[in-house]
Design a protein. Structure first.
Length: 259
């Protein structure tokens, strides 16, 4: 990887760190580095992914010079398609993804956060889609993914006001999954993600597929696929071993390899 995007591994947990001081702004080079890191995860899947950032804030947003460089709507669409591919590819990863927000988390970083399966936040974290300040609407899926978590009305408020919202509010809106203490936040987030990495990775991937169907067509669409998805897990070592462990040693004793 590069200095501004690092991909490390701790057992089955991959940790993707954004470190582009002072503001972790989204630039063309950061986009390229993120795409490369995601490509590595696609080629060699982890068992879980934690996305985090260094510095006082998660991100101050996008480098506005990126927008200034666009000479036409056609050029802008090419840029926006490339930007949208980043959270879309993260959402499609076949293992649990966790975003850890320790501070201010604006625009692209929030859009990556809501593309992840779970969001952890410190109490001091604040979130915002502030594209209105340059006359733009969010382009990386944040509006629609926020609506999927919090409802259309909340998404309209969030985007149209351009305000920032604290972690407690976002948890109440069902956007943030858990608010963890400021003290030792990073360690707690890593421990949370590591616990997911120790679980039945293939079953977690199946859960993501079921919920993708739900998002596309509600309960009937999910029901049309759940039995096939669940039945395929009988090909995994994790399920077979966990069933035998349950019968032999009781519940909660099984260990999982992700196979």
């Amino acid at each position: 990887m590069t200095d501004q995007v690092r991909l490390d591994h701790d057992g089955g947990l991959a940790v993707l760190t954004i470190d582009a001081p002072p503001l972790n702004l989204y630039t063309a080079s950061l986009q390229a580095d993120l795409a490369a890191a995601i490509g590595t995860l696609e080629d060699t899947p982890a068992r879980a992914l934690l996305i985090r950032a260094e510095g006082k804030i998660v991100s101050g947003g996008v480098d506005v010079s990126l927008f200034d460089a666009q000479g036409s709507p056609a050029e802008a669409k090419v840029l926006f398609d490339e930007m949208l591919a980043v959270p879309d590819r993260i959402a499609a990863l076949p293992f649990p993804t966790v975003f850890a927000a320790h501070g201010l988390c604006l625009t692209w970083a929030f859009e990556v956060a809501v593309a992840c399966d779970l969001i952890l936040a410190a109490p001091r974290a604040k979130f915002g889609l502030v594209e209105k300040v340059v006359g733009l609407t969010p382009t990386m899926g944040g509006t629609q993914r926020l609506a999927a978590r919090a409802g259309v009305g909340r998404a309209k408020e969030f985007v149209m006001t351009g305000d920032t919202y604290d972690a407690a509010t976002m948890e109440r809106w069902n956007v943030v999954n858990r608010v963890l203490p400021d003290e030792d936040f990073d360690a707690a987030a890593r421990a949370f993600a590591a616990r997911l990495a120790e679980g039945p990775t293939r079953a977690h991937a199946a859960t993501k597929r079921v919920l993708d169907h739900f998002s596309a067509g509600g309960v009937p669409e999910a029901n049309a696929h759940i039995t096939t998805i669940a039945a395929s897990l009988f090909e995994t070592e994790d399920l077979r071993g966990a069933v035998k462990s349950f019968l032999t040693d009781g519940p909660g004793k099984a260990t999982f390899s992700g196979r």
